[in-house]
Write a protein of this length. Sequence first.
Length: 361
Amino acid sequence: MVDEYGQPEGFKHMDPLLWVKNPKNFGAKFEPNEGEIHVLVVVPKGAASDITTAPRPLTVEQLEMSMHKVLEERDRKRSEYWIATCPRSKESLLKQQLGLEYSAVPVNEVVDDSIHGYQWSALAEKHPDQRKAYIQFVEDHVRDVLMSTRRQKDFLKDVAGKRDLLDCDDRSRLPFKVKGTADLMIIDELANKMDDVFAGLRFVIEVRKDRPSYNERWELLLELVVADSKSEERCAPVGLLTNLNDYWYFLWFTTDNNIARMVLTCPANGFKTMKYILKERSGLSRDENFPMRVALLGSTLLLKRQKLLRVVPDRDDADAEMLERYELMSDELSPEFLQGRRMDYAFHLISQMPIHSSMYS
């Protein structure tokens, strides 16, 4: 590492004519401190006299310029994926960052044939006429809960045309940037009035012509994570992936830090579950969860869901952000400076622990 004049810095000059153990160098009893690494470097002749004995600190201007350059490079290298084509291999990376795992909800479903499934035409899945027909099919079977009073409470929205609706670069939740949108959403009256789906988002829905694949289930999870993070605090949306026949895959975040998933196999039970979720309008409870009732087997299954914001809090620690930036600039900072910042952050973490907080107050 050299200074602005091209001279080496951050080194201690040693006498090349003496042993390393000589008191003028390291000494016979020298032991490095924990975390320290000492490297012997042979400097070309003529340069030894120019070596400084202590690192020359960067000026404020140099530090700001270096930090800006490093952050720009980091942002440039951050991977970006379309939601619909994001590799399945990224699923484990996302779950690891969120600290969440899947948890299947066991259901002994009793088949109800009171509603026949949607009859898909020969048109392509995303053909405008096909989409118009299946959106109408969904709306027809949940209309009684959308219009549960004289004033419409919830609205089924076609959002497929809003291609950037779920664009997101939230570092606290996503290990990569994503772009894209969903198929359908159900929003409440306030969101409809404000023309902002995230002001009152209730459902994120993907409809498929064929039986959905694992990749499409992964796509729904990614959509739900982004939709939840963009939604207001009073919203904890539920994800649904369905072929409107024998596959109804529900997804939500639980109060015990899991990604709950439940699969139903007949349209009547699928729509019944949607209605029970939509009928629950009590919002956030006192213990900061969203009650969720699902009627199956003649009884009501009491469930709770959670907003992702409360499962995975925003990383608002300025000290952590600053340390991360210093680490990214490690090649441009002296080891002593970097080690000092690490120690400062360690003491900061300790001071936040209840058992030690009195020591730092």
